[in-house]
Write a protein that binds this ligand. Structure first.
Ligand SMILES: [Zn+2]
Ligand SMILES: [Zn+2]
Ligand SMILES: [Zn+2]
Ligand SMILES: [Zn+2]
Ligand SMILES: [Zn+2]
Length: 431
């Protein structure tokens, strides 16, 4: 298996977390033609289609499984909570209890499995809260939303009816994302050469039209999945338009981009950064530097392959990884001044202290910067924090038209969806 496949294997889909799909092979009971999947008898969380799948998943699963079993046996932890805020509190408490026997923080996959676990959408009880682990009843259409009884479904049905379509869209997007193990979902090598950018087209539809890909003109499921990764280079391009003149952008031969707080999201979408060279074909060398604690081993420059048109035109794409904080990188000998620094969904408002030295550094260097966030509320918070540090804001908490159109589910809210890079804030230096 390639490292990307291994990474995808560790990640669990919404269907897997809800127990509707096998925790190992991702097939549903319908896919394998069995009545229903069976649950791991210890943790009662992971579901499997067969004994062999359970066996294959065991090494991934065993430590978390044992921790969950221990938590199930700790009856006091299962006090009843029948409203959203209490449920959230209990979830956080449970995650603390789970990390004790593991002797480490939960991985992001384990956190997700816990936070998205099935619960009744009316009374917030899990199967463990019911007698004898009585199974919850799934919505027959999306299969990932549950109620504990028909009575609670009667109460919840109407509210769910309006959201069920979005849940289904989310699951369908996920299916495409997890099936695709090829390098990227986006590589059509055609575009309308009579149109010169910047400026960028006015929206995603215009963009897909420029790229001559008629199949993407409607915002269908596949298209939404693609916008989730294309959102990264397009958001950068739109920010560059704000910081540099068109003439300037069209004449650049080398471009350096720093991505701060980089995570799996950027790594999985890495191939799509080539799009910057398609929009600005004068660029001969594109350097993408990913800096963040989640980055793999330090590497100061790996050449990535390009599409045939870029290869012919002798364009090169180089990528580097620095597993450290940005200010640490900034003070190292590897630092080179970027044309732009980007932080995708870095949640400044949640980790303010952690980010302060990084932002200080960026303000000092007067680097053009863009931060994106999942929601307007977060973006407004970001602007407030940045202003308190004396930042000169150029665009504050504005909706990003190059945000992802793929819905994702908020882990600690009920029925709330979010999109990557939905809002943006641009700044440079101090005011
Ligand atoms: Zn299976
Ligand atoms: Zn288990
Ligand atoms: Zn209920
Ligand atoms: Zn549904
Ligand atoms: Zn190319």
């Amino acid at each position: 298996m390639t490292s990307k496949e291994l990474e995808l294997q560790k990640r669990k889909t919404y269907l897997q977390i809800s127990g509707t799909a096998c925790s190992n092979c991702r097939k549903t009971s319908r896919d394998v033609g069995v009545e229903s999947l069976f649950r791991c008898s210890r943790c009662r969380m992971s579901a499997y289609c067969s004994k062999s799948c359970q066996k294959e998943d065991f090494s991934n699963h065993k430590h978390f499984c044992a921790a969950v079993e221990e938590l199930h046996n700790f009856e006091e932890a299962w006090y009843s909570c029948n409203e959203e805020s209490e449920w959230n509190k209990r979830q956080i408490y449970h995650m603390q209890l789970l990390s004790a026997p593991l002797d480490r923080e939960l991985s992001s996959y384990e956190r997700n499995a816990w936070l998205y676990q099935p619960k009744c959408h009316v009374c917030f009880r899990t199967s463990k809260d019911l007698q004898n682990y009585q199974p919850l009843i799934p919505c027959s259409q999306c299969l990932i939303i549950f109620c504990c009884s028909q009575e609670h479904w009667t109460q919840h049905r109407e509210k769910h009816q309006t959201l069920c379509k979005t849940y289904q869209l989310m699951i369908n997007c996920e299916r495409i994302r997890y099936q695709d193990t090829s390098e990227t979902l986006w590589a059509p090598e055609e575009w309308d050469e009579s149109a010169i950018y910047p400026p960028l087209p006015k929206d995603w539809n215009g963009y897909f039209k420029w790229r001559k890909n008629s199949q993407f003109i409607q915002l269908d499921t596949l298209c939404r999945v693609i916008t989730n990764s294309l959102s990264l280079p397009l958001t950068i391009l739109s920010a560059l338009e704000r910081f540099y003149t068109r003439h300037n952008l069209r004449s650049l031969e080398e471009m350096v981009i720093h991505i701060i707080g980089a995570s799996q999201y950027e790594i999985l979408a890495l191939m799509t950064f080539e799009e910057i060279m398609h929009v600005l074909p004068n660029i001969k060398i594109l350097r993408i530097i990913l800096i963040g604690l989640e980055m793999p081993q330090q590497n100061s420059g790996i050449p990535l392959s390009c599409c045939s048109r870029c290869t012919e035109a002798n364009r090169k794409r180089i990528c580097a990884f620095y597993p450290m904080s940005y200010h640490e990188y900034g003070h190292s000998s590897n630092y080179t001044t970027p044309h732009i620094t980007v932080g995708f969904n870095i949640e400044l408002e949640e980790n303010t202290e952690l980010w302060e030295p990084t932002i200080e550094f960026l303000l000092e260097k007067e680097v053009p910067c863009i931060l994106t966030s999942y929601s307007k509320e977060e973006a407004i918070q970001d602007v407030k924090i940045l202003k308190s540090w004396g930042t000169k804001i150029l665009v504050g908490a504005k909706e990003n038209k190059w945000g992802s159109t793929m819905p994702l589910l908020e882990p600690q809210k009920v029925d709330k969806f979010y999109h990557n890079n939905f809002f943006k804030t641009l700044f440079q230096g101090r005011s």
